[in-house]
Design a protein around this ligand. Structure first.
Ligand SMILES: *[C@@H]1O[C@H](CO)[C@@H](O)[C@H](O)[C@H]1NC(C)=O
Ligand SMILES: *[C@@H]1O[C@H](CO)[C@@H](O)[C@H](O)[C@H]1NC(C)=O
Length: 352
């Protein structure tokens, strides 16, 4: 009996792993050239492609910001960009990497955001994540974090894994936030196809200390460099009915490595959050009148004591000055990046 069970288990496991292998084979998480997956959105010549077509610089100056968008919309998938942020005085500057369908559904759009918020000279960039579903803009689901590195020295990967059951935000392969879909979220969980966007813009009204510090154009242009663009999703055009292609792709997304939260990944996420999470809507008891959003569960209670009742961390402070990395390390970091100059040689760039 036990032997039969074991044999059945082995067969079942083999089937599962074969399914996973077959499914995974259909999802390619390697970076695509800009032209293959994206097109300019706004900003004219403030969007500059690298000579090899694999990287893009987005600039913000007095005239305009800039941005690009994926050519396709996707129904779930994994989307990543390696971004190097402008340094020096960047108060009010917002660099965003996000999914949205606001152009198709202006009244009930879905959105999944990474927003990188600039700061005054010597103060750290902060990262904000957020989601909206079906126009739930009155229920912001923000979290804010400090970064464990200086994001202006080299590229770091910011990624979103979006499946029918969860959304996971990653920085450099470390999960930093997991939003698990629960029935009570209803339409608030993003569920319609979205396009992938990257933009730089003037967020003077709110980005830095609630709008206290505005963009200072004496420091313009502000340039954010994007590379290693990954579009690993189910193109919306395939449709869920379309010969099973959509359903197969959804399975591929749900079984892919980026979607599976192993115990090791959960531990890494907890570590990151203990050290870098500044604010989370999930511990904010003031904002929504004493209630918390339905997906917020701190099952093991490991985070609760670390937060004030308005959601701000007691452990992590945004008044800390500068980056913790000593200067020496920063220099080594720069060298390790291949001696690449911090600004591209302008002569070799071409704006299309
Ligand atoms: C999404 O919004 C539309 C329009 O407001 C509404 O008709 C629909 O029922 C909503 N869907 C969900 C799942 O809440
Ligand atoms: C907030 O909670 C108070 C006390 O429970 C209640 O009287 C009030 O109507 C609530 N306000 C909203 C906007 O839900």
């Amino acid at each position: 009996m036990a032997a039969t069970c074991a044999a059945a288990l082995v067969v079942a496991l083999m089937m599962v792993s074969w399914a996973a292998v077959l499914a995974a084979a259909s999802l390619d998480t390697s970076p695509v050239p800009f032209q293959a997956g994206f097109m300019p959105l706004f900003g004219g010549d403030n969007l500059v492609r690298s000579p090899d077509g694999r990287s893009v610089r987005l600039k913000l100056d007095r005239r305009t910001g800039s941005g690009f968008v994926s050519k396709s919309a996707y129904h779930h998938g994994y989307f990543s960009a390696s971004i190097k942020l402008p340094d020096d005085h960047t108060a009010g500057v917002v660099v965003a990497f996000y999914l949205s369908n606001g152009d198709v559904f202006p009244r009930n759009h879905d959105e999944v955001d990474f927003e990188l918020l600039g700061n005054r000279r010597g103060h750290e960039w902060r990262v904000q994540t957020n989601i909206y579903g079906n126009g739930s803009t009155s229920r912001g689901r923000e979290e804010r974090y400090l970064l464990p590195f200086d994001p202006t020295l080299r590229h770091h990967a910011y990624a979103v894994a979006w499946t029918p059951t969860a959304i996971v935000f990653y920085i450099d392969g470390t999960p930093i936030r997991e939003v698990v879909r629960v029935p009570a979220m209803a339409g608030d969980f993003p569920s319609k196809p979205m396009s992938v966007y990257a933009t730089i813009w003037d967020g003077s009204a709110w980005a830095t200390e609630g709008g206290r510090y505005k963009v200072d154009y004496a420091h313009a242009p502000f340039a954010a460099d994007f590379s290693k663009l990954v579009l690993s999703g189910c193109p919306a055009a395939v449709g869920v009915g379309g010969g099973g292609g959509g359903a197969r792709c959804a399975v591929a997304v749900m079984t892919a490595e980026f979607a599976v939260m192993t115990p090791a990944k959960r531990a890494a996420m907890r570590r990151f959050r203990r050290r870098h999470l500044l604010y989370t809507v999930c511990h904010d008891r003031v904002r929504y009148n004493g209630t918390v959003l339905p997906e917020c569960d701190d099952a093991d209670g490991s985070e609760r004591d670390d937060f004030h009742r308005w959601g701000e961390s007691k452990r992590v402070s945004h008044s800390r000055r500068g980056y913790r990395q000593p200067q020496q390390l920063q220099r080594e970091d720069k060298d390790a990046a291949g001696g690449r100059p911090s600004t591209w040689p302008i002569g070799s760039l071409r704006a299309d």
